[in-house]
Design a binder for this molecule. Structure first.
Ligand code: GLN
Length: 195
């Protein structure tokens, strides 16, 4: 079964490169039909307002939200995490999938720190630090019950999971460390063997 990558906008090609390097078959998803033979979906970074607007324009917002609620495993990075969130702080009308009980603030690190890389710990998953790349990143300000925080940076959650839904405020596709993608495939989307 393929892994779908939402390809309406943003850096979907880099997720495809990463997943291909893991030996996984991918499909760029631009319609609900494209999603049909996909076992899971990655929603890339980019611009969440544009991506959300395109989901509305292509009639995918409600249908995709329903598929995720029904159990489609999904991994949202940066703008993708924003689209998954229940609450986008300060933007109550911004289109979103609203499937993950977090409150997220867009572009929240301010100008000085707009884009940066740093080593973070993912204590529940592995011993070695992980190099996280942040680009105009959001901050997760609140997580609802049942949302597990897997990693923090400066005491704020940067990688969260609720069951089949995984969200990162950073860009794992911009490093050459496939760790987070592999975690998604093996632990969140499961039953996919990757090399
Ligand atoms: N700032 C972007 C937004 O609000 C997200 C940035 C990113 O995906 N790198 O959508």
């Amino acid at each position: 079964m393929r892994v779908g990558i939402l390809g309406l906008q943003g850096d979907f090609a880099l997720h495809q490169r990463m997943l291909t390097s893991l030996g996984v078959e991918t499909r760029i998803v631009r319609s609900m039909e494209d999603l049909e033979d996909c076992a899971s979906l990655v929603i890339p970074g980019g611009e969440s307002t544009t991506m959300g607007g395109l989901l509305v324009r292509f009639g995918m917002l409600e249908a995709l939200s329903a598929r995720i609620r029904e159990g489609l495993p999904v991994f949202g990075t940066c703008a993708g995490a924003i689209l998954l969130a229940r609450e986008i702080i300060g933007y109550p009308d911004q289109p979103r999938l609203g499937v993950l009980d977090i409150a997220i603030e867009r572009n929240a690190y301010g100008r000085q720190k707009e884009s940066f890389e740093t080593d973070v710990l993912i204590p529940s998953l592995r011993d070695q630090p992980y190099r996280a790349v942040f680009i105009r990143a959001p901050i997760i300000r609140a997580v609802g019950p049942g949302v597990e925080v897997l990693a923090w940076f400066e005491d704020l959650p940067i990688l969260v999971r609720r069951g089949h839904i995984l969200a990162a405020t950073f860009h794992p596709e911009l490093t050459d460390d496939p760790y987070i993608h592999r975690y998604f495939l093996e632990q969140v989307a499961s039953r996919l063997t990757v090399r």
